[in-house]
Design a protein around this ligand. Structure first.
Ligand code: G4P
Length: 191
């Protein structure tokens, strides 16, 4: 997506060979016009899949996921990283995720009532790095009869192993910007 790549080139900051800072349009401040354009790209790509829900993980996936849910005219489910105090253990689906970026494990939770057995789910996230968030989501959905139909990623760091892990699952994936290489002040895309 050229508009996204241009914004990454102008405003993104490669902090190292692993981390891209995108605080001005995606993570801390959000550009709503860009989010709308991103949602449109995902809609064009996946409109034939009969998506019934969009799903993301709090917090940075929420902005692109809300706009995407609006484009598909379906609800958005936000997986939480802390169990809600209003729900009992037996009322939630959960799974464990290990974050290589943060070097720690966390749990994902959602209210069982939100996921119906015939749901066809589009997972949206801001970054694909090591793929653990996607795998954790897949694990959580294994407790349900719903299907993870497709994955939409805003920024994929293609030099990390997430892309390969997702491809092994055979779930269709579409990343709007694929980064081949990062280094201090260098950002290279896969064309
Ligand atoms: P993985 O799911 O692909 O394995 O990712 P990983 O655990 O390695 O990354 C965990 C968190 O770090 C995610 O945010 C992810 O969005 C973020 N992240 C990964 N690489 C980058 C990067 O290059 N730049 C930025 N800005 N973030 C990156 P999270 O823990 O879910 O936190 P939140 O920001 O969504 O609240």
């Amino acid at each position: 997506m050229e508009q996204l790549k241009d914004i990454i080139k102008q405003q993104g900051e490669a902090l190292s060979n692993e981390v891209l800072k995108v605080d001005t349009f995606l993570n801390q401040q959000v550009d709503p016009n860009l989010m709308e354009a991103i949602a449109q790209e995902f809609f064009l790509k996946f409109q034939d899949l009969n998506i019934t829900k969009v799903l993301t993980i709090e917090s940075s996936g929420i902005a692109p996921a809300v706009f995407t849910a609006k484009a598909f005219n379906v609800p958005l489910i936000i997986l939480k990283k802390e169990q809600s105090s209003t729900l009992n253990k037996e009322d939630v689906y959960s799974s464990e995720v290990f974050s290589f970026t943060k070097n720690k494990s966390y749990q994902l939770f959602t209210n069982k009532k939100l996921i119906k057995e015939d749901d066809q789910i589009l997972f949206i996230d801001d970054f694909l790095a090591n793929g653990q968030a996607v795998l954790g989501t897949l694990k959580l959905l294994e407790n349900t009869s719903a299907k993870l139909s497709a994955i939409g990623i805003v920024i994929e760091k293609s030099f990390q192993k997430g892309r390969q892990l997702v491809e092994e699952s055979n779930i269709p994936i579409h990343s709007l910007a694929r980064i081949k290489r990062l280094d201090k002040d260098i950002i290279e895309f896969i064309d």
